[in-house]
Design a protein around this ligand. Structure first.
Ligand code: URP
Ligand code: ZN
Ligand code: ZN
Length: 474
């Protein structure tokens, strides 16, 4: 077993910061050593990593990714191999991807397929949530095996009729089972049937460009579905986690339920903090014209900056009305994928790729004063670990935890570009974004996988994480 000593850095946790050296023995953190308490010479580490002037934080946990997701007649362009490698470059050391059951298929088959795709291919550790695309007697029975499989959360969709959609009766039945088992219900909260009518009306009227994707998916559709999910959760006692929240009115629903003491949580994503519908309307490029806005087609959609959604998301992250930031990493190339919808926004595969940039993008909130350093760590690592039953092993720098550590250099500076990113995409939704701070070194279970601009990891390094029940419930 090799030992690694990270010296001279500022260790940042969700609750504070301290000057300490971090000792890793094999795959596990074994000690935090305050300056002056142990003569350094008495610790003979095999490798010493100098973190002077840098932050030492628990590895990022991205709890919402879609590698190789079949969607709209194509498949998300990052594989488990390319996606987890890009994650490592960006300071993320654990992902939770969504195993897929589509309507008419068996849950167990979907899960087995996801294990096949991931096993031996990941650069970092990974877990799964289960997408339930067809709630019936069979799938409800299958849910009873989830906890033993280490899958303690599952996602349902109030959107995408005919693909992933569940009606209210199906959601009720699944939530009853989830409440019984202690599973966390993750909800895509948008009123899909109403959205499909609005979208068809827009296309009929000749409004076919990517911008109209966001017009069809109006905030009222998100607020209404969020409220409905909360009430179904209230009735059944099932803890609820609403994914990719983008409308301020949906946040208000979450806050209302939480104030009453209900187990209701929400995540937002970097795109809903930084990008807007107005920019999508103005998008124009030599190559794509107004179709350039397709790079930002995702669901829930980007929201209007004039209406104040983005400011509200930042505020909700401070007040804990939203608890986490995940990426919803679901990349599609412009050529051959997004361009399926060049004449009709409904055919554009939904999704944005950000897995490599989440830690950096959220650190900009520290730079601008929107977030404290501690809250940055909490939103991107510690709460994801607690929410999804991994805390102690992940999400913290403490003896006994996995040696998942990021050394972050606050003095670094980069510009995001498709020419330098490591995601399998022909464009970047973040092209030209200036980033203060930089991921310097990344350790995954004690192994250095990123060493100041060099990738030292390998596919197959990452292991499946069997998760426990949520550690975040009231
Ligand atoms: O646009 C998105 N979010 N694509 C991925 C599927 C989903 O709903 O999360
Ligand atoms: Zn979704
Ligand atoms: Zn998603």
């Amino acid at each position: 077993m090799t030992t690694t000593l990270i010296t001279g850095g500022t260790v940042v946790s969700a609750t504070g910061r301290s000057e300490a050296d971090v000792l890793i023995d094999g795959e596990k953190i074994v000690a935090l050593i305050s300056p002056g308490t142990t003569p350094l010479g008495t610790i003979a580490a095999d490798t010493v990593v100098d973190a002077t002037g840098k932050y030492v934080i628990p590895g990022g946990i991205d709890a919402h990714t879609h590698f190789e997701l079949p969607f709209g007649g194509t498949e998300a362009s990052d594989t488990f191999e390319s996606g987890t490698r890009a994650a490592a470059w960006g300071g993320t050391t654990t992902v939770i991807d969504f195993a897929v059951q589509t309507t008419g298929t068996k849950v167990q088959d979907g899960l087995a397929k996801w294990h096949d795709k991931a096993a031996g291919n990941c650069a970092i550790d990974y877990g799964f949530h289960q997408i339930m695309g067809g709630v019936d007697d069979d799938s409800l029975k299958a849910m009873r095996g989830f906890v033993d499989e280490g899958i303690t959360s599952y996602k349902m969709f109030m959107a995408y009729p005919g693909v992933f959609y569940s009606d209210d009766g199906q959601i009720l039945r699944a939530m009853q089972t989830a409440a019984d088992l202690g599973l966390l219900t993750m909800m895509h909260a948008e009123n899909g049937p109403a959205i499909d009518v609005l979208a068809a009306q827009l296309v009929e009227a000749g409004k076919t460009t990517p911008y109209y994707h966001g017009i069809a998916r109006a905030w009222q559709m998100e607020e209404e579905a969020t409220h409905r999910a909360i009430m179904l959760g209230n009735l059944t006692g099932a803890p609820l986690y609403v994914v990719h929240v983008s409308a301020k009115q949906a946040v208000e629903q979450l806050a209302w339920a939480r104030d009453k003491g209900q187990n209701v949580f929400g995540e937002t994503c970097p795109q809903y903090l930084y990008l807007s519908l107005e920019e999508q309307l103005g998008a124009d490029s030599k190559e794509w014209g107004a179709f350039e806005g397709a790079k930002w087609v995702c669901s829930t959609p980007l929201r209007s900056r004039e209406e104040g959604h983005q400011d509200h998301m930042w505020q909700a992250l401070r007040t804990n009305d939203l608890q986490m930031v995940s990426t919803d990493h679901c990349p599609f190339c412009m050529k051959g994928q997004k361009d399926l919808g060049v004449d009709d926004f409904r055919k554009i595969p939904n999704g944005i790729g950000s897995i490599e940039h989440r830690m950096d993008l959220m650190y900009q909130g520290v730079v601008t004063g929107e977030l404290t350093l501690e809250r940055w760590v909490e939103l991107t690592s510690t709460t994801p670990a607690r929410m999804f039953g991994m805390y102690g092993q992940k999400g913290v720098i403490a003896p006994g935890a996995d040696g998942d550590v990021v050394i972050y250099d606050p003095k670094g500076h980069t510009t995001i570009s498709k020419d330098t990113h490591h995601m399998n995409m022909d464009h970047s939704a973040w092209e030209g974004f200036e980033i203060d701070g930089h991921v310097d070194t990344v350790l995954s279970r004690g192994k250095v996988v990123i060493d100041r601009g060099e990738y030292l990891g390998a596919k197959g390094d990452g292991r499946f994480v069997k998760r426990g029940l949520s550690q975040y419930l009231i």
